[in-house]
Design a protein around this ligand. Structure first.
Ligand code: SAH
Length: 405
């Protein structure tokens, strides 16, 4: 290890920029790197994807990872210990990730995120299990070299029917990676049926969002059930219907499900039929902003509303605009709810911190002249872990609010 350690390229940081990495953060941004220090001073065009050791401005070792000068996140660390990243480290990390899911599996759910990239200390590697199908996605150049190791390890340990390499996320282009999908093992299934909270759900692995399903919302889908019996429920931003179907299954009087994507609405309808719940659910392909505004204008009302929009704030700079977006839809939702009403409202933008999201939602309630109590704050399901030292891994906020008056 000592020898291998010496042949890795040394990247030195500018003075005063080491704090996050020294506290366990897995990223080094381009502007943290001192181009005139370490090995980069003599080899400024170090090979993209190569293994590097990261050092503070005085040369003290901070960790090891892989280098991609094309990316703003120029180094992703695999370890903060004095060890050389190799196949056995990758396998060990995968084993740890699988053991954590195994310990928390629920009997009525057969689909989980098995590896959540940086949050499982495997930067740029996503692995999702959809029943007997495993989907693997590489999002960082340096991880590509371990794709084979990871895939072989997963096939051996999980014995799936198929393992699909779903390397078609456009984010790969920024890393200098090509886009493709292929079966590493078994066939290239396009659609699979999974079981979540006892419901059958089709996941579209080919054209769907994420790798096919919003696994991060499983626990919140289940949480909705206790606020549904005999109630009129609205699921805005429904995608494939996770909230809507759980509401219908839990005895909602009527469910309305809205998404701007016609493909999503079609998928949600198929899922409703698959579970014999289609009679209870009305689907609409519409812009949820317009839908909510019109429902208010028409003086409609609901007893329980779910808002689960896409990330409005994709960067720190987009925060103010995002705040206005969240404010508007939450304001409309509160106008549609009376006393006893429940709002389950979500933000999956890391750049909208939890306190700011709570504040925004509470302001919306006030502006709608509603008195509310915050019942609970949840986050993404356990299989999208929150890693200490890496705050970006806590991205999904789930607020459960009751209208008192
Ligand atoms: N609630 C879903 C996940 C929602 S993801 C679940 O639990 O599985 C966000 C969804 O919002 C996507 O399906 C996207 O198509 C949809 N969307 C994006 N902008 C929208 C808009 N303006 N109006 C309605 N839906 C929108």
């Amino acid at each position: 290890a000592a020898r291998a350690h010496r042949i890795m390229i040394q990247v030195w940081l500018r003075p005063g920029t080491q704090k996050a990495v020294a506290s366990g953060h897995p990223w080094v941004y381009r502007n943290q790197i001192d181009p005139a220090a370490g090995d980069l001073a003599s080899m400024p065009s170090a090979e993209p994807g190569s293994l590097v050791t990261v050092h503070d401005s005085r040369g003290r070792y901070l960790g090891s990872g892989f280098y991609n000068p094309r990316s703003m996140i120029t180094v992703r660390l695999l370890t903060h210990r004095l060890e050389t990243p190799d196949d056995s480290l990758i396998v060990r990390r995968i084993e740890e990730a699988l053991a954590f899911r195994e310990a928390n599996r629920r009997p009525d759910t057969d689909s989980y995120r098995l590896v959540f990239a940086e949050a499982d200390r495997l930067p740029g590697l996503i692995v999702d299990q959809y029943g007997d199908t495993v989907v693997l996605q590489v999002l960082a150049l340096g991880m590509e070299r371990w794709q084979e190791t990871a895939a072989a390890c997963l096939v051996e340990k999980l014995r799936p029917a198929r393992l699909i390499l779903k390397n078609d996320d456009p984010i790969r282009l920024k890393e200098g990676l090509e886009l493709y999908q292929r079966a590493y093992y078994g066939d290239l299934a396009r659609q699979v049926t999974i079981r979540e909270n006892g419901l059958l759900m089709k996941a579209d692995l080919d054209q769907g969002q994420k790798t096919g399903y919003f696994l991060d919302q499983k626990a919140n889908h289940a949480r909705l059930r206790r606020f549904c019996a005999g109630r009129r429920v609205l699921d805005a931003f429904c995608y494939s219907g996770g909230f809507a179907l759980n509401a219908a299954a839990a005895g909602a009087a009527a469910v309305t499900a809205v998404d701007i994507s016609p493909e999503a609405v079609t998928l949600a309808l198929v899922n409703a039929e698959l579970n014999g719940l289609s009679e209870k659910i009305t689907f609409a392909s519409a812009n949820a902003f317009d839908f909510l505004r019109e429902a208010v204008a028409k003086r409609q009302s609901f007893d329980t509303i779910v808002l689960d929009p896409p990330a409005f704030a994709k960067s720190h700079g987009a925060r103010d605009g995002a705040r206005r977006g969240y404010k508007e839809i939450n304001l409309s939702a509160f106008r549609l709810l009376g006393p006893g009403g429940i709002l389950a409202t979500h933000s999956c933008s890391y750049h909208m911190p939890e306190p700011m999201f709570i504040e925004t939602v509470m302001e919306a309630a006030w502006d709608a002249r509603r008195t509310v109590r915050l019942l609970a704050v949840h986050r993404q399901d356990f299989d999208h872990p929150v890693l200490g030292g890496y705050p970006e891994s806590h991205y999904l906020k789930s607020l459960w609010v009751e209208v008192i008056a």
